[in-house]
Design a protein around this ligand. Structure first.
Ligand code: PA5
Length: 450
């Protein structure tokens, strides 16, 4: 199991930290919430308690393994989980390896933005003849993946390739233009469970297809998530990582720590912080509570990389405003190890490094940063991976999704909607001339001062 250490969030160890009484005061509310939650499980939990979604991906195995590349086109919750999984579980040079070195598994490209330089450079790397394009959009209408879809479809047609032999649509089971086109043209489709929102969808076909294509064990992702759920439902507050994550973040927010930094001491884990940023920001940043009162709550998630950001951000975290709670991600086992050579043994500034492992240096730096923060009265917690594999990454996703749901309860807001994002989408449609969205062209009323 991944391990959570909350030592440096408590008043025993940091000034203006939390007391046990403060935390315990939420025990009953969280117990009641989890009982209701388990009786009426949300879609993202049901998604890992069934084999249906894994099976739907496995059924496409024969088709996907005829390709050399998969390009995922999606944005937000339809991309960030894919990116996090690939970066955590495949080496950074994966797409540069030969097919043999990849054991025949696919190179994976994930295009979320509509930046022409970026998309062009990805398209330069692939041969459309040997490429599968997975268009992911829950709504089936979001401008960015739709624009990128039109571009790749036109490329396929220009090459005389049959789109239905190179496309998969991953979308809502009923709604949206992708579903309609897919049905009309007989394009292979994967279903996103109707009651799972984008940012909670990583362990559905949204994240599982590209993982499968890269040769990852998608069953283990699900097993890890399922075990995290079972532990959350069965455990009392102090044995319950999701409940403690929620309570501790909420209480520190109430003390003015309205920024949550996730700082990974592992390049592989760094992209989990990107996935977390969307989950925490979109789910908890809300204007109204469940009774319709205006509350404007939310904790701003920030990502950082250790040791790199020690030389960029950490001065601010130590001595700047006391408005942050830091989460460190670390691994006890790296896939590969390098021992620092013993050279310049007469130079004390270098000699102490000789013979030490690079991983020991990185993990010592994490402890050093955490202790320095504690000395400055800045709270932090640690999430430790015994190793970075499918099982532990699946656990991470589920613990954080559950922590988000519980924090939504503490804020008394709906963590599953995103009206602010939806408004931005409508204004974009209006600016791009989509019929039916004229009323959202707010630029007409703006008094410009440039
Ligand atoms: O979490 C969400 O619901 C959003 O961030 C979506 O994932 C994002 O807007 C993309 O939406 P869609 O998958 O409908 O294209």
């Amino acid at each position: 199991m991944i391990k959570f250490d909350f030592t440096y969030t408590l008043s025993d160890n940091v000034a203006n930290g939390l007391t046990y009484d403060e935390i315990n005061s939420f025990e009953q509310q969280i117990t009641n919430f989890l009982t209701r939650f388990d009786e009426n499980k949300p879609g993202f939990v049901n998604a890992v308690l069934t084999r249906k979604w894994v099976d739907s991906v496995n059924e496409l195995s024969d088709f996907i393994f005829t390709f050399d590349n998969i390009v995922v086109l999606g944005i937000g919750g339809s991309a960030l989980g894919n990116i996090a999984i690939q970066n955590a579980l495949r080496p950074f040079n994966w797409n540069s390896l030969s097919s043999e070195e990849r054991n025949g598994y696919l190179r994976v490209f994930i295009v979320d933005n509509v930046d022409p330089d970026y998309l062009s450079s990805v398209l330069d790397c692939i041969n459309p003849k040997t490429t599968l394009f997975n268009i992911i959009s829950k709504s089936g209408t979001t401008a960015e993946p739709m624009a990128n879809y039109l571009i790749v479809r036109s490329i396929l047609e220009t090459h005389g390739l049959d789109p239905k032999e190179h496309l998969i649509f991953t979308t809502d089971s009923e709604k949206g233009v992708l579903r309609r086109i897919g049905r009309e043209e007989g394009i292979r489709m994967l279903e996103i469970p109707p009651d799972v929102g984008g940012r909670f969808s990583v362990l559905t076909p949204v994240g599982l297809l590209s993982a499968k294509a890269a040769g990852l064990d998608i069953e283990e992702l699900i097993i890890g998530a399922r075990e995290a759920y079972e532990r959350t439902i069965k455990s009392s507050l102090w044995e319950n990582p999701a409940a403690l994550l929620a309570t501790i973040h909420y209480l520190h927010y109430k003390k003015g720590r309205n920024i949550s930094v996730m700082m990974a001491y592992s390049n592989k884990l760094y992209y989990l912080a990107d996935w977390y940023r969307q989950l925490w920001a979109e789910s908890l940043g809300k204007m109204y509570d469940n009774e319709g009162n205006r509350v404007n709550v939310g904790q701003t998630p920030v990502k950082a990389l250790g040791a790199v950001d020690q030389h960029s951000q950490v001065q601010l975290y130590n001595e700047g405003p006391d408005d942050k709670i830091i989460t460190f991600l670390r691994t006890e086992k790296f896939d590969r190890e390098i021992t620092i050579p013993k050279l310049h043994e007469n130079e004390p500034e270098l000699a102490y490094l000789g013979g030490k492992k690079l991983s020991t240096l990185l993990n010592s730096e994490q402890i050093g940063t955490q202790l320095a923060l504690a000395k400055h009265g800045r709270p932090s917690l640690t999430v430790s991976f015994p190793q970075i594999d499918e099982y532990h990454i699946g656990q991470f996703f589920m613990y954080y999704e559950l922590a988000t749901a519980i924090t939504g309860e503490l804020f008394n807001i709906n963590p599953y909607d995103q009206p602010g994002v939806e408004l931005g989408k409508k204004i974009t449609y209006a600016l791009m001339g989509r019929a039916g969205f004229e009323e959202f062209n707010y630029t007409q009323n703006v008094q410009k001062r440039v």
